[in-house]
Design a protein around this ligand. Structure first.
Ligand code: SF4
Ligand code: SF4
Length: 99
């Protein structure tokens, strides 16, 4: 099963998971460069990042698990292990890449 990024990522987006992914399948509405620029200009808690999170492309993810321990807020789970309270995030990850 692919890995899924859940709500604790929202507004954090520190992008630590992105460079460790061997198949480059972690993306979001902003690029890493854009996120870094915003943080440089406005700080770690920039309001420009509120509501923003990263997503894993489930069709590309090879389930290697490399991203999971990198996340400082423990937002990444195997799809089978997503906590019930964040189950809607499974669909959110799929949907992000369909649109
Ligand atoms: S589990 Fe592996 S392939 Fe899937 S998003 Fe994480 S690092 Fe990338
Ligand atoms: S999932 Fe974790 S490591 Fe990846 S961008 Fe979100 S907060 Fe950062």
């Amino acid at each position: 099963m692919p890995y899924i990024i859940t709500q604790p990522c929202i507004g954090v987006c520190d992008t630590a998971c992105i460079p460790v992914c061997p198949v480059d399948c972690i993306h979001g509405p902003l690029s890493v460069e854009e996120i870094e620029e915003i943080k440089e200009e406005h700080g770690e808690n920039a309001k420009q990042l509120s509501g923003i999170q990263m997503y894993i492309d489930p069709d590309v993810c090879i389930d290697c698990g490399a991203c999971e321990p990198e996340c400082p807020v423990e937002a990444i789970f195997d799809e089978d292990e997503v906590p019930e309270k964040w189950e809607a995030d499974i669909e959110a990850n799929y949907k992000f890449f369909r649109t």
